[in-house]
Each structure stands twice: as C-alpha cells, then as structure tokens.
Design a protein around this ligand. Structure first.
Ligand code: MN
Length: 233
C-alpha cells in the first residue's frame, strides 16, 4: 500500500532517564479543575461533572530545556494555563477509579495556551471552544517523568512565572477532580489508549502574554517548563 503523500510523523515527547520517546496519540484537557480558577472565570466551583476539550496531537511542542512558540494568529488575548499532564501507557473503556493509575506511564508539565478572547466569545455564544483552545503550538510540554521515578503526585506546588514574576500558584491537593477520577470519567466517554495525554486543569492567575515574554512553569518534583513567546508568523 502506498500513500499519496508522506503521512505525518507522530509528535514525540522525551522521557526522563530513557532514550525511548513517548509518541502522542490524543490530547485531552480538563476544563475548570481548581476552585479558585473556576471563580476567576466567573463560574461556580461546585463539584459538577468534569468537562473536557481536545487539542491536536501536532499542537504539542515537546522538549527538554528551553522551548519557544509563536504568538498565534486571530487573537489579542493569548493566555497561559500551567498544568500537570498525565501520560498514558495503556487505556481502555470504563476504567474504575481504583484501577486508573495502572494506566499512567508518567507525568509532565504542560501549558494549555489559550486564545482567551476567542474561547470566551465561543463560550458565551454556546459554540465549540476549538478556536480558543485547539491551534498550532497550543501545548508546550516538558519531558515525561515515569511513574517508576516519581510515583503518582497528589500534592505539590504548581506555579507559573512570566519574566520572573509569579502569576499562577496552586497545589495539586486542590484539584477538584483527582487524577484517578479524571482518567476514570474520561474512559466512560472515550476508549483511552497508550500515547494519550490528559491536561488536568490550571490553578488561578491566568493572564495574557506577548512576544518576548518568558514563561517558566513548575510542578513540584518535575522538570521546569521554560517557554519563550516568539513574534507571530
Ligand atoms: Mn486548561
């Protein structure tokens, strides 16, 4: 069988302590998952069922060490959302909460970059969030730390600095939906599989960035994510 053109190569994420890369299949993202961030977006943080959106796998910009992404088109309000990211090495359907961690290969620090003006306009009109959330280079991602090295984090600081100024601050202990609950819930609606990434939501303090800004995201125990915003293409 031949193809009309070269199929797109998978996005490959480096793995700490390993030479093998993690090939990305799908990128799921939880919406509001920290109460303080839900409030800053004007929403009630009560524990309603989680909701999800997706990003294109080729929107992931992976790497160890400093990364850069271009300011995206179509927005005047391009914002940072620092998040813990789950990386799956297996999956399935209807995964019990108690079984969820068996499917997790590791964790990374990611940025759910957002065209906030487009997201909020879509939200308020009852339209899909894709233009606000799913675009080229919308998911810078640090290296994956295998569970064999770090276990399953359930507490720990999550921070984002822009040009050395603290902008976002939270703690994994404050996730409304825990990591096992997220995996379990999602598996009731999708067949999860090896290579899937799940962004777990962002703490309060989201805000805009411009070309030239340097973003440094941290989750306790994981490698920093260091991203510079380049001018628009
Ligand atoms: Mn997010």
């Amino acid at each position: 069988m031949t193809t009309l053109f070269e199929p797109q190569a998978p996005t490959l994420v480096p793995v700490v302590g390993h030479t093998e890369m993690f090939p990305v299949r799908r990128v799921y993202c939880v919406g509001r998952n920290y109460a303080a961030h839900a409030r800053e977006m004007g929403k009630d943080p009560d524990k309603e069922p989680p909701f999800f959106f997706m990003k294109p796998a080729d929107g992931v910009v992976p790497g160890t060490g400093p990364l850069s992404v271009h300011y995206p088109p179509g927005t005047n309000n391009y914002q940072h959302e620092i998040e813990l990211v789950i990386a799956l090495s297996s999956g399935g359907r209807n995964i019990a909460v108690a079984d969820a961690t068996k499917h997790i290969y590791g964790y990374a620090v990611g940025l759910d970059m957002t065209r906030r003006d487009l997201q909020l306009a879509a939200r308020d009109l009852g339209r899909p969030w894709d233009f606000g959330k799913s675009f080229d280079q919308s998911a810078p991602l640090g290296p994956i730390h295998p569970v064999s090295g770090i276990g399953h984090p359930s507490t720990g600081a999550v921070t984002l600095h822009v040009n050395d100024q603290l902008k976002q601050q939270g703690d994994l202990a404050d996730l409304i939906w825990s990591i096992p609950e997220i995996v379990s819930f999602l598996s009731e609606y999708y067949t999860l599989a090896a290579g899937d990434l799940i962004f777990t939501g962002t703490p309060a303090g989201v805000g805009p960035v411009v070309a030239g800004d340097r973003l440094v995201g941290r989750v306790a125990g994981l490698a920093d994510l260091d991203v510079t915003i380049l001018p628009a293409l």
